[in-house]
Design a protein around this ligand. Structure first.
Ligand code: SF4
Length: 215
């Protein structure tokens, strides 16, 4: 089920006017997550309602972004993806990279046109930052995309209270060593909003521009 639909964006899917489907639920619990109502909720918009919305937007939209929450942990996500593609829309997947098995199936069926992949943290910090998860699953997802021919980007969220700057630099370096040549987007932690971990001040201003491209 969807928590919500953003009817139009020019910012989230490169070169593609798109809607965003916000899937409820997530398989991680990141301390900096500013969508607790999506992560902990069950959603109220079903597939028939969402697809009817898209049919009314044919000719106005060119793509759909599956975001959340975490769309890849939704059991029916392949059905959702097939339905969106059957209507002629491009599909972007926003994912925390913890379900490479699902990404593989999306790629095998040529359902995904673009992917934004989170590189959350090195394994030693995954529990503290994300409440679990696996860095090796990130690399499995990364390698799938790197060899797929499907365009993708890697991004992270940095909060200085959760991660040292040197760690962020090491992540950027490791991406480069593993063959990544595009921007490593570091998203700004948003001050003053409710998060899963009730975090305080933003420390992201300390990140040097040389290593990352900001979003
Ligand atoms: S920030 Fe973490 S908890 Fe929040 S939706 Fe993304 S992966 Fe899930």
């Amino acid at each position: 089920m969807l928590h919500d639909i953003t009817p139009f964006t020019l910012l989230d899917f490169p070169d593609t006017p798109a809607a965003i489907f916000w899937f409820a639920g997530c398989n991680l619990r990141c301390a900096y997550c500013y969508n607790p109502e999506i992560v902990l909720g069950e959603g109220c918009i079903d597939a028939s309602e969402a697809l009817a919305f898209l049919q009314r937007r044919e000719g106005l939209l060119e793509g759909v972004v599956f975001s959340g929450g975490e769309c890849t942990q939704v059991p029916s996500i392949l059905t959702w993806a097939r339905s969106v593609k059957a209507l002629g829309f491009g599909l972007k997947i926003d994912t925390n990279a913890m379900r490479p098995d699902v990404l593989r199936r999306l790629l095998d069926e040529h359902l995904m046109d673009y992917c934004a992949l989170d590189y959350k943290a090195p394994q030693a910090l995954m529990q503290d930052i994300c409440g679990g998860g696996s860095e090796s699953r990130f690399w499995e997802s990364f390698d799938l995309l790197r060899t797929s021919g499907v365009d993708f980007e890697v991004r992270t969220t940095f909060h200085g209270g959760l991660m040292r700057l040197e760690t962020l630099e090491m992540m950027a370096h490791t991406l480069h060593v593993r063959g990544y040549r595009k921007p490593f987007y570091v998203q700004r932690f948003v001050n003053g909003v409710a998060t899963l971990g009730n975090l305080g001040d933003d420390h992201t201003k300390a990140v040097p521009m040389a290593y990352v491209q900001w979003r």
